[in-house]
Every structure is written in structure tokens, then in C-alpha cells.
Ligand binder design. Structure first.
Ligand SMILES: Nc1ncnc2c1ncn2[C@@H]1O[C@H](COP(=O)(O)OP(=O)(O)OP(=O)(O)O)[C@@H](O)[C@H]1O
Ligand SMILES: [Mg+2]
Length: 595
């Protein structure tokens, strides 16, 4: 018997699929979808590629080989079937687009064009606005090339490659799934039993970078993170920890940041200067065609991950304003050029900055040392100062470390855990939601109250509720490092220790030697604020007698009556001029701005 060769038109095969494909006992999946399209006033029928494969593998293959033709066939079929389902709606929309999703083969962007990072994706019709900045998307598209003409004579130069989208599937922004096999889990649980596990985790962090135990411990807590809390009144408290490194040039800050961006789930490394127009937060840009588009910056792209921002002090003025909101509320709001949007930026931030004077000047306070306003500094849970001080012992060990590293190309320190395992361990631990034990609460409360009590009228020590929240986050992160769902008193103690290290790094009052959070909150330690006050009062007194004040006379008065050193007096005056509190009406003379 001769086989009857029946060549069905592709349109008919597609329509057959739409009519008959059964997803359950109740009816056809695609007929239901078409009904849905009509109800929601839609224009697209979404087709799961899997269905096509099982229905007619040859057709599925043809679609991939000749997408233009076969998408057209499928669209005609979808339109025809809509005429059956809902003739009135079919009449109304005119045409239904066939859009395909979940193709088995995925291509990373960098594999397409010669340049990997940017690629234009063109969305038309109802696909416009189907994704928002920062969304992770899987795009079904046809790669197209168009001639680029340059100049008046339109000479051909290059081809411009772009993606012509057929469907945009917003995959959502779940934490990147690090695959953990049952064997991995077994090892993770085993390792967590080790009483030294937290120590070993710290040792495994960037083993090629010598020293910096405290900094690495702080970063480890950042990687595990605390838990975000949503209060019944709608207020959100961030669970992500922010860490800032302020350090002399060449102290491996960039290296640390790059390492962390590689190890952290959804890690991202960027410079404060910004590598895209959107910078750290977001930007509204004008397109060539005249329309306005919203572009997501690094903190939005790092949503649910870790943003490593190098050279934070060099960020752009726009970012300087917007980053306040991003660091505390973890959102980025935009209202510009007709675009109003709030984007999520739920990222832990590890930032690095250089001292404004090139090197960290120990006799100046932290805000004088860095070109960042205190309002930004205060949003960091931990700030570490990395000074490049020659110290014979340390230098010997460090140079041996670096030389050994260069000779053997492997780190001389043996890391207890490999980066891969570290990544898995962190990702596993982040599922745990630890709860504070009552002992931990007491420990944290006592520390907080003790520090607050010292901040009476004269004493220089005070901490704010921000530090208390940071302590909770750090304690929770440490509990996670042990895979514990209870925050113990040891966790609280460790959090207090690392917080104290950071506070004394930034807050040592150069005069009293006491810790002074005022430095971070107001930019000046209390004793320094008093000194400023004394200078201003002296100026006020002299103004009453002479109108303006001669600088040399003022300095002499400060040295005489206020027992200041001349250098100190000059520095305070200089700072007050910089802050606009004093000004110089003519050379050598001073006056208060608001007298
Ligand atoms: N403690 C250290 N252990 C190992 N290598 C170090 C250490 N300190 C500095 N280095 C090496 O010094 C070089 C400079 O480091 P890096 O570029 O990260 O410095 P940086 O702090 O970012 O400096 P800058 O502020 O100028 O950007 C790197 O090759 C780094 O590996
Ligand atoms: Mg650097």
C-alpha cells in the first residue's frame, strides 16, 4: 500500500494544536487561553514550545529554522481560531500575535554579538512595557542585523545586531538559585557542626588577600545578611547589611570587592563613577527617536543580591542624592520626563572609597577624611578604615605572602573551604530565618543602654537606634553562618565586638579618646563641636567691638584665652569658612555669615 503523503499547511497544523491540545480533562488549553485574551483585551496568544514539540516535532523544528515564516503562520492560525472562539473580539482586534515561550535552547547575550554587554531588544505592540528595569527576563527573539549607514552618502560601515522580540518572559527576581545537590547538603550540614565554622568561613574569604580579619568578618556577615522585617503598619526594615571600606590607595579594596561580587549570589561589581548612564540608581534618558526611557542603575540590578561599589566617593551628583533612599529604604524613586516609578533595590552594599586627602589623616575625623556627607556614612552598618602604615613585622609577613602568591600562583594561606562550596553554603544558610533568643536581646539591650547612658550632657559617647538595628542584623547573620535558627548570646557578643571595632575605627574622638558616634551623625566629635562653638563665640564677641575681625587677632585670642594651639585654631577657622559659617569680607578679615 502506498502511503498517502499528506502535506498539511502549517497554518492548519497550528490551528489544530490550538483547537485540540488538551491540558486537562476539561478542555483545550489554547482555547481557554484565547478566551482569556478576549476577556483581558489582549492581543497575544502565548504558546509553550513544549506543546509544539510533543504535538508536531517537525513543525517545532521549522519554527526555529524559519522563525519569520512560521510565526506568521502561527499568528494567522491564532487569529483564525479567535474568529471561532469569539468572532466579535476577533473583529475588534483584527490580529492575534502568536508568541512562543520556553524554547529549550537559551543563548547568553554575550554569545551573540561581538560586543557581550549591550544588545538592543526591540519590543513592539503589546510587548511594550512588558518588563520593568531590573527585571530578569527570558526573551524569545529573532536575531537580526541591519546595515548601519554613516554620513551623507550613506556608505556602509557595519552591521547593527539587535533582537526582534517575539515574547518577553519576566522570570522574576528570585535570588539566583545556586544548585545544591543532596551530597552538597550533607557536607553543608556536617560543616555547620564544627564549632569553628564561622572562623573557617572568614579564613576562606579572599585567602589571597593577607590580613584584614575584622574587615573579612564584617563582609562575611554582609554575605549571610539579616532578615528583612515587615511591620504591620507597612514599614519595612532592611535585613541587608551595608559595609564601607575607607582606605589608602593600594590596600586591596578593589580586590576584595571584586572577590565578593564573584562569590555572592547575584553579586555585581561597579564603580561609583558609573559605567552606564543610569549610574548607581536610575536615569531617565531620551531616546534617539525622542521618547523617554527609564534605565536601571547598579543598585536596582543588584536587587536581592550584593552590590559592590568601588570608588563610592566619586559617584555622580544625581546618585549622591538618590543613594540615600537606596541605602535605607532599598528603593529608587524616579520622577522625571513623565516617568514616575519606584524600583526595588534590595541589595546589600559593599562599598569602598579613598580618603579625600589621598591618605587617611588620623588626626582628622572621619567626615573630614572622606568626600561623602555624614547622611550617607550613617547608612552603613559597619565602616572600616584601612590605613597603609609601615609596620616592620606586618610588612615582612605581608610581603612574604604576596611574593609566595606570585611565585606559585596559589594562595599561601590554605582556605578551609573552596569558593564554590562557600557560595553554596551561603545560599543554603540564607533560607534560615533566625529569631533572637531572650538572652541575645538582653545582651544587645544592655550594650545599647550602656552606650546611650555615656552619651549624657558632657560625655562623648552615644549611639543611635540605627546601630541597634545593625547589631540585630549582624547577630542574625552570624546565626545563619552556623545554620542556627536562634540568635544566641554568642552571636550578640560577636556583633557587639565587630561593631565596636568599626566604631572605634571611625569614632575615636581625637581629643578625649572616647568613642563618639556624633562623628558619624554630625560629622564632628563633641569636643570638636565645642571647639567650633568656642571659635564662633569669640568671633561674635570681637564683632561686637570691631565689626569685622582681624584673623591674626582672632588666632591670638584663641591661643591666649581658649588655650588652643595655633595650628588647631587655623584649622578650625579654615573648616568654618569651608562650611560657610565664617566668610572673609576682605583679605585677612573675618565675619560670621549669620551675625
Ligand atoms: N593585604 C594584601 N594582601 C594581598 N595583596 C595585597 C594586599 N594589599 C594590597 N595588595 C595588592 O596590592 C594591589 C593593589 O590593590 P587594589 O587595587 O585592590 O588596591 P585599592 O585599595 O583598590 O587601591 P585604590 O584605592 O588605589 O583603588 C593588588 O594587586 C593587591 O593584590
Ligand atoms: Mg581600587
Amino acid at each position: 500500500m502506498t502511503a498517502l503523503l499528506k502535506t498539511a499547511r502549517p497554518e492548519d497544523v497550528f490551528q489544530d494544536l490550538f483547537r485540540t491540545h488538551e491540558s486537562d480533562q476539561v478542555g483545550s488549553k489554547y482555547r481557554k487561553r484565547l478566551a482569556q485574551v478576549a476577556i483581558t483585551n489582549g492581543k497575544s496568544l502565548i504558546i509553550d514550545f513544549d506543546d509544539l514539540i510533543s504535538f508536531d516535532p517537525a513543525l517545532a523544528r521549522s519554527l526555529v529554522e524559519k522563525p519569520d515564516d512560521y510565526i506568521t503562520y502561527a499568528s494567522s492560525a491564532a487569529t483564525a481560531q479567535m474568529r471561532v472562539e469569539d468572532p466579535e473580539y476577533a473583529e475588534h482586534v483584527g490580529k492575534i500575535f502568536a508568541r512562543f515561550r520556553r524554547l529549550p535552547e537559551k543563548t547568553a547575550l554575550r554569545k551573540i554579538g561581538a560586543e557581550p554587554r549591550y544588545l538592543e531588544v526591540r519590543l513592539e505592540d503589546d510587548l511594550v512595557d512588558s518588563a520593568r528595569p531590573g527585571d530578569r527576563v527570558s526573551v524569545t527573539s529573532i536575531v537580526r542585523a541591519e546595515k548601519q549607514t554613516v554620513g551623507e552618502r550613506g556608505r556602509l560601515r557595519t552591521f547593527n545586531i539587535y533582537l526582534d522580540a517575539n515574547f518577553v518572559d519576566v522570570v522574576g527576581k528570585e535570588t539566583e538559585v545556586v544548585e545544591i545537590t543532596p551530597e552538597d547538603e550533607k557536607k553543608i550540614l556536617e560543616v555547620a557542626q564544627d564549632p569553628w565554622v564561622q572562623r573557617k568561613l572568614v579564613m576562606s574569604l579572599a585567602p589571597s588577600i593577607y590580613g584584614y580579619e575584622d574587615v573579612k568578618e564584617g563582609i562575611l556577615y554582609l554575605l549571610f545578611g539579616g532578615t528583612a522585617k515587615q511591620l504591620p503598619d507597612g514599614v519595612n526594615i532592611r535585613g541587608d547589611e551595608n559595609v564601607l571600606l575607607i582606605g589608602d590607595p593600594g590596600t586591596a579594596k578593589s580586590q576584595l570587592l571584586q572577590y565578593v561580587s564573584r562569590i555572592a549570589p547575584r553579586g555585581l561589581y561597579t564603580s561609583g563613577r558609573g559605567t552606564t548612564a543610569a549610574g548607581l540608581t536610575a536615569a531617565v534618558l531620551r531616546e534617539k527617536t525622542g521618547g523617554m526611557i527609564l534605565e536601571a542603575g547598579a543598585l536596582v540590578l543588584a536587587d536581592k543580591g550584593v552590590a559592590c561599589i568601588d570608588e563610592l566617593d566619586k559617584m555622580r551628583p544625581d546618585d549622591r542624592v538618590a543613594i540615600h533612599e537606596a541605602l535605607e529604604q532599598q528603593t529608587v524613586s524616579v520622577a522625571k520626563g513623565g516617568i514616575v516609578a519606584t524600583l526595588n533595590a534590595r541589595a546589600a552594599v559593599l562599598a569602598a572609597a579613598n580618603p579625600s586627602l589621598g591618605r587617611y589623616e588620623p588626626h582628622r575625623n572621619v567626615s573630614e577624611n572622606i568626600n561623602l556627607p555624614v547622611t550617607i556614612l550613617s547608612r552603613f552598618d559597619l565602616i572600616f578604615i584601612i590605613k597603609d602604615q609601615p609596620e616592620a613585622d606586618y610588612d615582612t609577613r605581608m610581603s612574604e605572602h604576596i611574593l609566595a602568591l606570585h611565585r606559585s600562583r596559589v594562595s599561601p594561606e590554605t582556605a578551609p573551604f573552596a569558593p564554590d562550596f562557600l557560595r553554596k553554603y551561603i545560599s543554603y544558610a540564607k533560607r534560615i530565618i533566625p529569631v533572637l533568643s531572650s538572652e541575645a536581646v538582653i545582651e544587645l539591650r544592655d550594650f545599647y543602654l550602656k552606650m546611650r547612658a555615656k552619651g549624657g550632657a558632657e560625655a562623648a559617647v552615644a549611639i543611635t537606634p540605627r546601630q541597634l538595628e545593625a547589631l540585630v542584623r549582624i547577630s542574625e547573620a552570624r546565626a545563619r553562618a552556623f545554620l542556627r535558627d536562634v540568635v544566641t548570646v554568642e552571636d550578640a557578643k560577636s556583633a557587639i565586638r565587630i561593631m565596636t571595632v568599626s566604631l572605634s575605627d571611625v569614632g575615636v574622638d581625637v581629643k578625649t579618646g572616647a568613642m563618639d558616634i556624633d562623628v558619624i551623625m554630625t560629622g564632628k566629635p563633641r569636643s570638636l563641636r565645642d571647639s567650633f562653638q568656642r571659635v564662633i563665640e569669640t568671633v561674635a564677641e570681637m564683632e561686637r567691638e570691631t565689626g569685622t575681625v582681624e584673623e591674626t587677632v582672632l588666632i591670638a585670642a584663641l591661643v591666649d584665652k581658649e588655650k588652643m594651639e595655633e595650628r588647631e585654631a587655623r584649622r578650625l577657622i579654615g573648616q568654618l569658612i569651608k562650611e560657610g559659617i565664617l566668610y572673609s569680607p576682605k583679605p585677612g578679615r573675618l565675619k560670621r555669615t549669620a551675625g
